[in-house]
Design a protein around this ligand. Structure first.
Ligand SMILES: NC(=O)c1ccc[n+]([C@@H]2O[C@H](COP(=O)([O-])OP(=O)(O)OC[C@H]3O[C@@H](n4cnc5c(N)ncnc54)[C@H](O)[C@@H]3O)[C@@H](O)[C@H]2O)c1
Length: 472
């Protein structure tokens, strides 16, 4: 099937949609004309640049991992976005961002509340603070008249989420929620195919989020999200993306949800005999434990973004020493069986949407590799994908059509960035929304994002024993 046939197959699905048809070009065509790297880079730059007359100005509240990702958009596209203020209680991160973006001293703040006390100094704020610091900063920023790019989860409770939505609507403000998967070319292409009717009537979706064993240990046993009460339950902290993507692909409200799951392994009872409090205290299991901090951080060099100011990779010894220092003083060096963690390591949800469409979702810690996997079942065909490529099979013709991020010229240069390119896509659409004062330029504004959050809160109630939950 050539590109033209494929686009024809998708019919009028794109009329009026923001999705550019080039994002769904099928790979069979591309193989005959492999993209030139320079061309792909130039096309990606063009695809990711916001269409604004002047740079949208932002203050970043929280200059950690996520704050840096959104600030990086301003570095790449200075004509579209400018970082004019920063707040972080971590001096190193604050100064690093201030230097990178030439932020004047009067716009460098410690606690987020100092930035709010300074009044409105930009078009928008980016709230990339920990989960328990979304509600208050967001409400106060809205009160000042800011538009907001708000990291997920929106807030820690259903009532706070509703209050943010209502305040945004009262103020006529744009609140973009960082449900980044919606902006990944892979999911955009998958959704376009479902909407086109190419697989007939949608009947069911199976979706899997493999957290991956070391990522689970890093984030949800030792790391920032190990305590569901201090942050949010894992179904929101990790998987609000997945519920959101399911709701978005189905295109209809969820009517009911039932969930199961538990913390099965990372518990005190499973602590091996003789295990020490920290992996580097001479633990006799260090060499064989897959969750060894020495192995994950020092030998494998994974998840090092949480450690500030590490020597460069070339300075191997100094770098390892500095990481080991962090392992002595932070939770990241502690035994995974000796934490005060409570997040489930396996979680399954069954959902029924309007018109009888069903979906199942599994979040699994114990998998070797990450990368969401999705199967979509329609009356005339199926889609099967792993976040890099998917194959659509048509029952009538027997034909299989492949979409592969690495062979679609316009996305090849950025699909390997965070969340399949979704991080950059969201930054572009948020800048467009603020620049044109048009929330419709975002596919995940606060009103839309509320639905999947409510699904998450309902799932957690169900998992905790309250049975099947009805929504809406
Ligand atoms: N959209 C996504 O895919 C995605 C992925 C990961 C995390 N998140 C969410 O993004 C948010 C930030 O996560 P992160 O990984 O960047 O965390 P992080 O810890 O790397 O960054 C948070 C920053 O906030 C700063 N901070 C804490 N308290 C503060 C205060 N009172 N005032 C000012 N600064 C303060 C910290 O020093 C830190 O630098 C979280 O809510 C998280 O759940 C979203």
């Amino acid at each position: 099937m050539n590109r033209l046939q494929f686009i024809r197959l998708l019919g009028t699905a794109f009329a009026g949609a923001t999705l550019a048809p080039h994002l769904i070009a099928c790979s069979s065509e591309k193989k005959s004309s492999e993209p030139d790297n320079n061309d792909a880079e130039a096309l990606a730059q063009k695809a990711l640049a916001a269409d604004v007359e002047r740079p949208v100005t932002v203050v970043i509240l929280g200059a950690g991992s996520r704050g840096k990702i959104y600030a990086a958009y301003a570095e790449q596209f200075p004509q579209c976005m400018k970082v004019v203020g920063v707040a972080d209680i971590n001096e190193f991160r604050k100064t690093q961002m201030a230097e990178k973006h030439n932020i004047p001293a009067e716009a460098q703040f410690g606690d987020w509340s100092e930035a709010i006390a300074a009044g409105k100094i930009a078009d928008a704020v980016v709230i990339s603070l920990p989960d328990d610091l979304h509600y208050k900063p967001c409400m106060e920023a809205l009160e000042l008249g800011y538009d907001v790019l708000l990291e997920k989860p929106v807030a820690q409770t259903e009532a706070e989420c509703v209050a943010i939505r209502d305040k945004a609507n009262e103020k006529g403000a744009i609140v973009g929620v960082c449900h980044v998967l919606r902006y990944a070319p892979y999911f955009l292409a998958m959704k376009a195919i479902i909407d086109s009717g190419a697989i007939g009537k949608l009947v069911s979706i199976q979706h899997l989020e493999p957290i991956q064993y070391a990522h689970m240990a890093h984030s949800y046993v030792r790391g920032n999200w190990h305590d569901s009460k201090a942050t949010t339950p894992i179904i929101l902290a990790k998987s609000c993306h997945d519920l959101d993507i399911l709701r978005w692909m189905v295109g209809k409200p969820c009517k009911s949800i039932a969930a199961y799951g538990s913390l099965s392994y990372f518990t005190h009872e499973n602590r091996p005999e003789g295990a020490t409090a920290r992996c580097n205290d001479g633990c006799p299991h260090e060499a064989t434990c897959p969750y060894s901090a020495e192995d994950i951080y020092v030998r494998k060099g994974w998840h090092l973004g949480v450690f500030d100011n590490l020597p460069p990779k070339a300075e191997k010894e100094a770098r390892a020493d500095k990481i080991r220092e962090y392992l002595k003083t932070t939770n990241y060096g502690r035994c995974v069986f000796d934490m005060d963690n409570d997040q489930p390591d396996h979680y399954v949800c069954a959902m029924e949407f309007e018109d009888g469409i069903t979906a199942s979702f599994s979040m699994e810690a114990f998998m070797a590799n990450g990368g969401r996997r999705t199967r979509v079942m329609g009356t005339h065909g199926e889609i099967d994908g792993d976040m890099k490529r998917f194959v659509m099979k048509n029952f009538r013709t027997g034909e299989a059509t492949e979409w592969d991020a690495s062979t679609v010229q316009e996305v090849a240069a950025y699909a390997s960035h965070g969340h399949g390119g979704g991080d950059l896509g969201l930054a572009r659409d948020f800048v467009n929304a603020v620049g044109h004062h048009d929330a419709g330029r975002l596919s995940s504004d606060i009103n839309v994002s509320m639905e999947s959050h409510l699904m998450g809160f309902a799932a957690e109630k169900s998992r905790l024993g309250e049975g099947k939950q009805r929504l809406g």
